[in-house]
Design a binder for this molecule. Sequence first.
Ligand code: FAD
Ligand code: SF4
Length: 338
Amino acid sequence: MINFQYARATDVADAVRQIAAGQKAKFIAGGTNLIDLMKENVERPMRLIDISRLPLKTVEETADGGLHIGALVPNSDLAYHPLIAQRYPLLGSAILAGASQQLRNMASTGGNLLQRTRCAYFYDTATPCNKREPGSGCSARNGLNRMHAILGFSESCIATHPSDMCVALAALDAIVHVAGPDGEREMAFADFHRLPGTTAQRDTNLHPDEIVTAVELPAQGFANNYTYLKIRDRLSYAFALVSVAAALELDGDTIKQARLVLGGVAHKPWRDRDAEMQLEGRPLTRENCLRAADTLLRDARGFGHNDFKIELARRCILRALAQAGQATPQSQADKRIR
Ligand SMILES: Cc1cc2nc3c(=O)[nH]c(=O)nc-3n(C[C@H](O)[C@H](O)[C@H](O)COP(=O)(O)OP(=O)(O)OC[C@H]3O[C@@H](n4cnc5c(N)ncnc54)[C@H](O)[C@@H]3O)c2cc1C
Ligand code: SF4
Protein backbone atom coordinates (compact mmCIF):
# COMPACT_ATOMS: atom_id res chain seq x y z
CA MET A 1 0.00 0.00 0.00
CA ILE A 2 1.37 3.44 -0.87
CA ASN A 3 1.36 6.31 1.62
CA PHE A 4 -1.24 8.94 0.89
CA GLN A 5 -2.63 12.00 2.59
CA TYR A 6 -6.28 12.23 3.54
CA ALA A 7 -8.26 15.47 3.67
CA ARG A 8 -11.94 16.32 3.98
CA ALA A 9 -13.44 18.95 1.69
CA THR A 10 -15.56 21.53 3.54
CA ASP A 11 -17.62 22.66 0.54
CA VAL A 12 -17.64 22.36 -3.26
CA ALA A 13 -15.31 25.35 -3.69
CA ASP A 14 -12.85 23.81 -1.22
CA ALA A 15 -13.05 20.46 -3.06
CA VAL A 16 -12.23 22.18 -6.35
CA ARG A 17 -9.41 24.16 -4.72
CA GLN A 18 -7.89 21.00 -3.29
CA ILE A 19 -8.15 18.92 -6.48
CA ALA A 20 -6.78 21.80 -8.58
CA ALA A 21 -3.70 21.91 -6.34
CA GLY A 22 -2.56 18.72 -8.07
CA GLN A 23 -0.38 16.42 -5.95
CA LYS A 24 -1.87 13.38 -7.72
CA ALA A 25 -5.09 13.91 -5.78
CA LYS A 26 -8.37 11.99 -6.18
CA PHE A 27 -11.83 12.51 -4.79
CA ILE A 28 -13.30 9.73 -2.72
CA ALA A 29 -17.09 9.41 -2.34
CA GLY A 30 -18.45 5.94 -1.44
CA GLY A 31 -15.02 4.40 -2.06
CA THR A 32 -16.50 1.17 -3.48
CA ASN A 33 -14.41 1.35 -6.65
CA LEU A 34 -11.47 3.58 -5.74
CA ILE A 35 -10.40 1.64 -2.64
CA ASP A 36 -10.40 -1.64 -4.61
CA LEU A 37 -8.25 -0.02 -7.30
CA MET A 38 -5.83 1.31 -4.68
CA LYS A 39 -5.55 -2.11 -3.06
CA GLU A 40 -4.66 -3.57 -6.45
CA ASN A 41 -2.07 -0.81 -7.05
CA VAL A 42 -3.93 0.36 -10.17
CA GLU A 43 -4.74 3.79 -8.71
CA ARG A 44 -1.92 5.38 -6.71
CA PRO A 45 -3.16 8.80 -5.52
CA MET A 46 -0.88 10.77 -3.21
CA ARG A 47 -3.86 12.57 -1.68
CA LEU A 48 -7.47 11.52 -1.11
CA ILE A 49 -10.02 14.32 -0.88
CA ASP A 50 -13.08 13.03 0.94
CA ILE A 51 -16.19 14.63 -0.55
CA SER A 52 -18.68 12.30 1.13
CA ARG A 53 -19.93 14.95 3.59
CA LEU A 54 -20.58 17.70 1.05
CA PRO A 55 -24.20 18.88 0.85
CA LEU A 56 -24.92 17.17 -2.48
CA LYS A 57 -27.38 14.59 -1.18
CA THR A 58 -30.76 15.96 -2.19
CA VAL A 59 -33.20 15.12 -4.98
CA GLU A 60 -35.15 18.23 -5.96
CA GLU A 61 -37.73 19.13 -8.59
CA THR A 62 -36.58 21.66 -11.20
CA ALA A 63 -38.64 24.59 -12.50
CA ASP A 64 -39.22 22.84 -15.85
CA GLY A 65 -40.59 19.65 -14.33
CA GLY A 66 -37.37 17.62 -14.17
CA LEU A 67 -35.24 16.43 -11.24
CA HIS A 68 -31.92 17.65 -9.88
CA ILE A 69 -30.01 14.78 -8.23
CA GLY A 70 -27.03 15.66 -6.02
CA ALA A 71 -23.80 13.83 -6.87
CA LEU A 72 -23.64 12.27 -3.40
CA VAL A 73 -27.13 10.77 -3.36
CA PRO A 74 -26.48 7.08 -2.61
CA ASN A 75 -27.56 4.66 -5.35
CA SER A 76 -30.09 2.95 -3.03
CA ASP A 77 -31.68 6.21 -1.89
CA LEU A 78 -32.03 7.25 -5.51
CA ALA A 79 -33.52 3.95 -6.69
CA TYR A 80 -36.17 4.00 -3.95
CA HIS A 81 -36.87 7.75 -4.02
CA PRO A 82 -40.64 8.27 -4.54
CA LEU A 83 -40.12 10.72 -7.43
CA ILE A 84 -37.84 8.24 -9.20
CA ALA A 85 -40.23 5.37 -8.57
CA GLN A 86 -43.20 7.37 -9.93
CA ARG A 87 -41.64 9.34 -12.76
CA TYR A 88 -38.36 7.63 -13.75
CA PRO A 89 -38.81 3.92 -12.94
CA LEU A 90 -36.38 3.04 -15.76
CA LEU A 91 -33.61 4.65 -13.71
CA GLY A 92 -34.62 2.91 -10.48
CA SER A 93 -34.80 -0.40 -12.28
CA ALA A 94 -31.31 0.02 -13.79
CA ILE A 95 -29.76 0.99 -10.45
CA LEU A 96 -31.31 -2.01 -8.69
CA ALA A 97 -29.88 -4.31 -11.38
CA GLY A 98 -26.36 -3.29 -10.30
CA ALA A 99 -24.01 -4.52 -7.57
CA SER A 100 -25.58 -5.54 -4.21
CA GLN A 101 -27.73 -3.73 -1.65
CA GLN A 102 -24.69 -3.07 0.59
CA LEU A 103 -22.70 -1.61 -2.31
CA ARG A 104 -25.63 0.49 -3.49
CA ASN A 105 -25.93 1.91 0.05
CA MET A 106 -22.35 3.22 -0.22
CA ALA A 107 -22.08 4.02 -3.94
CA SER A 108 -22.79 7.61 -4.94
CA THR A 109 -24.42 9.04 -8.06
CA GLY A 110 -21.21 10.81 -9.15
CA GLY A 111 -19.01 7.81 -8.32
CA ASN A 112 -21.22 5.53 -10.41
CA LEU A 113 -20.60 7.72 -13.48
CA LEU A 114 -16.85 7.62 -12.84
CA GLN A 115 -16.39 3.96 -11.94
CA ARG A 116 -13.72 2.35 -14.06
CA THR A 117 -13.87 -0.62 -16.39
CA ARG A 118 -13.97 -4.18 -15.08
CA CYS A 119 -11.53 -5.49 -17.71
CA ALA A 120 -9.50 -8.05 -15.74
CA TYR A 121 -6.24 -6.92 -17.36
CA PHE A 122 -6.81 -3.37 -16.15
CA TYR A 123 -6.79 -4.76 -12.60
CA ASP A 124 -3.77 -7.01 -13.19
CA THR A 125 -0.63 -4.86 -13.01
CA ALA A 126 1.49 -7.73 -14.36
CA THR A 127 -0.12 -7.39 -17.82
CA PRO A 128 0.05 -4.67 -20.52
CA CYS A 129 -2.95 -2.33 -20.52
CA ASN A 130 -3.19 1.00 -22.36
CA LYS A 131 -5.84 2.27 -19.99
CA ARG A 132 -3.66 1.69 -16.92
CA GLU A 133 -0.32 2.40 -18.58
CA PRO A 134 -0.63 4.27 -21.90
CA GLY A 135 1.48 2.77 -24.67
CA SER A 136 1.94 -0.63 -23.01
CA GLY A 137 -0.57 -2.47 -25.26
CA CYS A 138 -3.95 -4.15 -24.85
CA SER A 139 -3.93 -7.65 -23.39
CA ALA A 140 -7.62 -8.17 -24.04
CA ARG A 141 -7.59 -7.94 -27.85
CA ASN A 142 -6.01 -11.37 -28.18
CA GLY A 143 -6.75 -12.49 -24.64
CA LEU A 144 -9.83 -13.35 -22.62
CA ASN A 145 -12.36 -10.88 -23.99
CA ARG A 146 -15.74 -12.41 -23.20
CA MET A 147 -16.91 -9.28 -21.31
CA HIS A 148 -15.48 -6.83 -23.83
CA ALA A 149 -16.78 -4.32 -26.36
CA ILE A 150 -18.40 -5.08 -29.69
CA LEU A 151 -19.00 -1.41 -30.58
CA GLY A 152 -16.99 1.81 -30.37
CA PHE A 153 -13.70 0.07 -29.55
CA SER A 154 -10.30 1.14 -30.88
CA GLU A 155 -6.92 -0.40 -31.62
CA SER A 156 -5.77 0.64 -28.17
CA CYS A 157 -8.69 -0.55 -25.99
CA ILE A 158 -11.77 -2.79 -26.19
CA ALA A 159 -13.03 -2.26 -22.63
CA THR A 160 -16.65 -1.64 -21.67
CA HIS A 161 -18.16 0.82 -19.20
CA PRO A 162 -19.66 -1.29 -16.43
CA SER A 163 -22.42 0.95 -15.09
CA ASP A 164 -26.12 0.06 -15.25
CA MET A 165 -27.32 3.43 -13.99
CA CYS A 166 -25.52 5.23 -16.83
CA VAL A 167 -27.41 3.23 -19.48
CA ALA A 168 -30.71 4.55 -18.11
CA LEU A 169 -29.32 8.08 -17.74
CA ALA A 170 -28.30 8.01 -21.42
CA ALA A 171 -31.82 6.94 -22.39
CA LEU A 172 -33.35 9.70 -20.28
CA ASP A 173 -31.18 12.43 -21.87
CA ALA A 174 -29.67 13.40 -18.51
CA ILE A 175 -27.41 16.41 -18.05
CA VAL A 176 -24.27 16.31 -15.88
CA HIS A 177 -23.46 19.39 -13.77
CA VAL A 178 -19.81 19.94 -12.92
CA ALA A 179 -17.76 22.61 -11.12
CA GLY A 180 -14.12 23.51 -11.64
CA PRO A 181 -11.64 26.38 -11.20
CA ASP A 182 -13.31 28.26 -14.08
CA GLY A 183 -16.80 27.93 -12.63
CA GLU A 184 -19.72 25.62 -13.36
CA ARG A 185 -20.69 23.95 -16.61
CA GLU A 186 -23.16 21.37 -17.94
CA MET A 187 -22.55 18.41 -20.20
CA ALA A 188 -25.11 16.38 -22.11
CA PHE A 189 -24.89 12.82 -20.82
CA ALA A 190 -23.98 11.61 -24.30
CA ASP A 191 -20.84 13.78 -24.14
CA PHE A 192 -19.76 12.78 -20.64
CA HIS A 193 -18.16 9.39 -21.38
CA ARG A 194 -15.62 8.97 -24.18
CA LEU A 195 -14.76 6.27 -26.67
CA PRO A 196 -11.21 4.95 -26.16
CA GLY A 197 -9.65 6.19 -29.43
CA THR A 198 -5.92 6.67 -28.87
CA THR A 199 -6.40 7.86 -25.29
CA ALA A 200 -7.83 4.82 -23.55
CA GLN A 201 -6.66 6.18 -20.18
CA ARG A 202 -9.39 8.86 -20.36
CA ASP A 203 -12.87 7.53 -19.61
CA THR A 204 -14.73 10.85 -19.57
CA ASN A 205 -14.57 14.48 -20.66
CA LEU A 206 -14.48 15.65 -17.04
CA HIS A 207 -11.31 17.69 -16.49
CA PRO A 208 -8.96 16.39 -13.78
CA ASP A 209 -9.65 19.50 -11.66
CA GLU A 210 -13.45 19.29 -11.88
CA ILE A 211 -16.06 17.72 -9.60
CA VAL A 212 -19.45 16.32 -10.60
CA THR A 213 -22.01 18.16 -8.50
CA ALA A 214 -25.31 16.82 -9.86
CA VAL A 215 -27.19 14.94 -12.55
CA GLU A 216 -30.34 16.51 -13.96
CA LEU A 217 -33.23 14.65 -15.54
CA PRO A 218 -35.55 16.37 -18.04
CA ALA A 219 -39.30 16.14 -17.44
CA GLN A 220 -39.93 13.25 -19.86
CA GLY A 221 -39.54 10.10 -17.73
CA PHE A 222 -41.20 7.40 -19.91
CA ALA A 223 -42.86 6.06 -16.75
CA ASN A 224 -45.50 4.00 -18.58
CA ASN A 225 -43.55 2.08 -21.19
CA TYR A 226 -40.01 1.23 -20.18
CA THR A 227 -37.71 -1.72 -19.51
CA TYR A 228 -34.20 -2.21 -18.23
CA LEU A 229 -33.12 -5.69 -19.24
CA LYS A 230 -29.76 -6.97 -17.99
CA ILE A 231 -28.24 -10.28 -19.04
CA ARG A 232 -25.37 -11.51 -16.86
CA ASP A 233 -23.69 -14.69 -15.74
CA ARG A 234 -25.48 -14.74 -12.34
CA LEU A 235 -28.87 -13.33 -11.44
CA SER A 236 -27.34 -10.77 -9.06
CA TYR A 237 -24.01 -9.24 -8.18
CA ALA A 238 -22.57 -9.51 -11.68
CA PHE A 239 -21.80 -6.98 -14.40
CA ALA A 240 -23.80 -6.93 -17.64
CA LEU A 241 -22.82 -9.03 -20.62
CA VAL A 242 -25.44 -7.01 -22.45
CA SER A 243 -28.11 -4.69 -21.10
CA VAL A 244 -30.82 -2.66 -22.78
CA ALA A 245 -32.67 0.44 -21.65
CA ALA A 246 -35.81 0.79 -23.75
CA ALA A 247 -38.38 3.56 -23.31
CA LEU A 248 -41.37 4.35 -25.48
CA GLU A 249 -44.03 7.01 -25.73
CA LEU A 250 -47.02 5.43 -27.43
CA ASP A 251 -50.02 6.96 -29.14
CA GLY A 252 -52.35 4.02 -29.53
CA ASP A 253 -50.29 1.53 -31.50
CA THR A 254 -47.90 4.13 -32.87
CA ILE A 255 -44.54 4.88 -31.28
CA LYS A 256 -44.28 8.65 -30.88
CA GLN A 257 -40.89 8.64 -29.21
CA ALA A 258 -38.33 5.86 -28.67
CA ARG A 259 -35.18 5.58 -26.60
CA LEU A 260 -32.92 2.57 -27.02
CA VAL A 261 -29.53 2.26 -25.31
CA LEU A 262 -27.19 -0.71 -24.91
CA GLY A 263 -24.94 -1.34 -21.90
CA GLY A 264 -22.04 -3.78 -21.56
CA VAL A 265 -21.10 -3.46 -25.23
CA ALA A 266 -18.94 -0.33 -25.50
CA HIS A 267 -16.71 2.15 -23.64
CA LYS A 268 -19.88 4.19 -22.97
CA PRO A 269 -23.63 3.57 -23.06
CA TRP A 270 -24.37 2.92 -26.75
CA ARG A 271 -27.14 5.03 -28.24
CA ASP A 272 -27.78 5.91 -31.87
CA ARG A 273 -30.64 8.21 -32.93
CA ASP A 274 -30.84 6.42 -36.31
CA ALA A 275 -31.99 3.25 -34.52
CA GLU A 276 -34.63 5.12 -32.53
CA MET A 277 -35.89 6.76 -35.71
CA GLN A 278 -36.55 3.30 -37.16
CA LEU A 279 -39.25 3.01 -34.49
CA GLU A 280 -40.70 6.51 -34.31
CA GLY A 281 -43.96 7.10 -36.20
CA ARG A 282 -44.39 3.34 -36.69
CA PRO A 283 -46.21 0.53 -34.86
CA LEU A 284 -44.30 -1.76 -32.49
CA THR A 285 -43.94 -4.70 -34.84
CA ARG A 286 -41.25 -7.36 -34.84
CA GLU A 287 -40.10 -6.10 -38.23
CA ASN A 288 -39.63 -2.53 -36.97
CA CYS A 289 -37.88 -3.71 -33.80
CA LEU A 290 -35.50 -5.87 -35.85
CA ARG A 291 -34.74 -2.93 -38.11
CA ALA A 292 -33.92 -0.80 -35.05
CA ALA A 293 -31.73 -3.57 -33.61
CA ASP A 294 -29.85 -4.04 -36.88
CA THR A 295 -29.25 -0.29 -37.11
CA LEU A 296 -27.97 -0.08 -33.54
CA LEU A 297 -25.67 -3.06 -34.11
CA ARG A 298 -24.62 -2.24 -37.70
CA ASP A 299 -20.92 -1.75 -36.78
CA ALA A 300 -20.75 -4.52 -34.17
CA ARG A 301 -17.75 -6.84 -34.26
CA GLY A 302 -16.47 -9.44 -31.81
CA PHE A 303 -12.96 -10.44 -30.75
CA GLY A 304 -13.46 -14.18 -30.40
CA HIS A 305 -14.74 -14.90 -26.91
CA ASN A 306 -17.33 -12.12 -27.10
CA ASP A 307 -18.75 -12.83 -30.57
CA PHE A 308 -21.93 -14.17 -28.96
CA LYS A 309 -22.75 -10.68 -27.67
CA ILE A 310 -23.89 -9.50 -31.10
CA GLU A 311 -26.74 -11.99 -31.38
CA LEU A 312 -27.42 -11.69 -27.65
CA ALA A 313 -27.77 -7.91 -27.99
CA ARG A 314 -30.11 -8.30 -30.95
CA ARG A 315 -32.39 -10.64 -29.02
CA CYS A 316 -32.26 -8.46 -25.91
CA ILE A 317 -33.35 -5.43 -27.92
CA LEU A 318 -36.38 -7.32 -29.24
CA ARG A 319 -37.32 -8.52 -25.76
CA ALA A 320 -36.78 -5.15 -24.11
CA LEU A 321 -38.89 -3.34 -26.70
CA ALA A 322 -41.64 -5.92 -26.38
CA GLN A 323 -41.62 -5.54 -22.59
CA ALA A 324 -41.61 -1.76 -22.83
CA GLY A 325 -44.54 -1.85 -25.25
CA GLN A 326 -46.51 -4.11 -22.95
CA ALA A 327 -45.65 -2.12 -19.83
CA THR A 328 -45.89 -5.33 -17.81
CA PRO A 329 -43.49 -8.01 -16.57
CA GLN A 330 -41.69 -9.92 -19.26
CA SER A 331 -43.88 -13.03 -19.17
CA GLN A 332 -46.70 -11.17 -20.92
CA ALA A 333 -44.59 -9.03 -23.18
CA ASP A 334 -44.97 -10.94 -26.43
CA LYS A 335 -48.65 -10.04 -26.68
CA ARG A 336 -47.97 -6.45 -27.64
CA ILE A 337 -45.45 -7.07 -30.41
CA ARG A 338 -47.09 -8.25 -33.65
C1 FAD B 1 -18.35 -6.25 -6.33
C2 FAD B 1 -18.93 -5.09 -7.06
C3 FAD B 1 -19.97 -5.29 -7.96
C4 FAD B 1 -20.51 -4.20 -8.66
N1 FAD B 1 -21.51 -4.41 -9.56
C5 FAD B 1 -22.01 -3.38 -10.27
C6 FAD B 1 -23.00 -3.56 -11.26
O1 FAD B 1 -23.47 -4.67 -11.51
N2 FAD B 1 -23.47 -2.46 -11.93
C7 FAD B 1 -22.98 -1.21 -11.68
O2 FAD B 1 -23.44 -0.26 -12.31
N3 FAD B 1 -22.01 -1.01 -10.77
C8 FAD B 1 -21.52 -2.06 -10.08
N4 FAD B 1 -20.54 -1.85 -9.16
C9 FAD B 1 -19.86 -0.56 -9.14
C10 FAD B 1 -20.44 0.42 -8.18
O3 FAD B 1 -21.68 0.86 -8.68
C11 FAD B 1 -19.43 1.58 -8.16
O4 FAD B 1 -18.29 1.10 -7.48
C12 FAD B 1 -19.98 2.79 -7.46
O5 FAD B 1 -21.09 3.30 -8.16
C13 FAD B 1 -18.93 3.87 -7.36
O6 FAD B 1 -19.41 4.90 -6.54
P1 FAD B 1 -18.57 5.40 -5.27
O7 FAD B 1 -19.28 6.56 -4.72
O8 FAD B 1 -18.28 4.28 -4.33
O9 FAD B 1 -17.24 5.86 -6.02
P2 FAD B 1 -15.74 5.94 -5.48
O10 FAD B 1 -15.14 4.58 -5.43
O11 FAD B 1 -15.67 6.79 -4.26
O12 FAD B 1 -15.11 6.77 -6.69
C14 FAD B 1 -15.01 6.22 -7.97
C15 FAD B 1 -14.30 7.25 -8.87
O13 FAD B 1 -15.11 8.39 -9.03
C16 FAD B 1 -14.45 9.57 -8.61
N5 FAD B 1 -15.51 10.41 -8.04
C17 FAD B 1 -16.44 10.02 -7.14
N6 FAD B 1 -17.34 11.00 -6.96
C18 FAD B 1 -16.97 12.03 -7.76
C19 FAD B 1 -17.51 13.33 -8.03
N7 FAD B 1 -18.63 13.76 -7.44
N8 FAD B 1 -16.86 14.12 -8.92
C20 FAD B 1 -15.73 13.70 -9.52
N9 FAD B 1 -15.16 12.50 -9.30
C21 FAD B 1 -15.79 11.66 -8.43
C22 FAD B 1 -13.38 9.11 -7.65
O14 FAD B 1 -12.27 10.00 -7.64
C23 FAD B 1 -13.00 7.77 -8.26
O15 FAD B 1 -12.08 7.96 -9.31
C24 FAD B 1 -20.00 -2.91 -8.44
C25 FAD B 1 -18.97 -2.70 -7.51
C26 FAD B 1 -18.43 -3.78 -6.83
C27 FAD B 1 -17.31 -3.51 -5.86
S1 SF4 C 1 -9.35 -3.58 -23.09
FE1 SF4 C 1 -8.63 -1.59 -22.36
S2 SF4 C 1 -8.66 -1.87 -20.15
FE2 SF4 C 1 -8.60 -3.93 -21.05
S3 SF4 C 1 -6.44 -4.52 -21.36
FE3 SF4 C 1 -7.11 -3.52 -23.22
S4 SF4 C 1 -6.47 -1.40 -22.88
FE4 SF4 C 1 -6.56 -2.33 -20.88
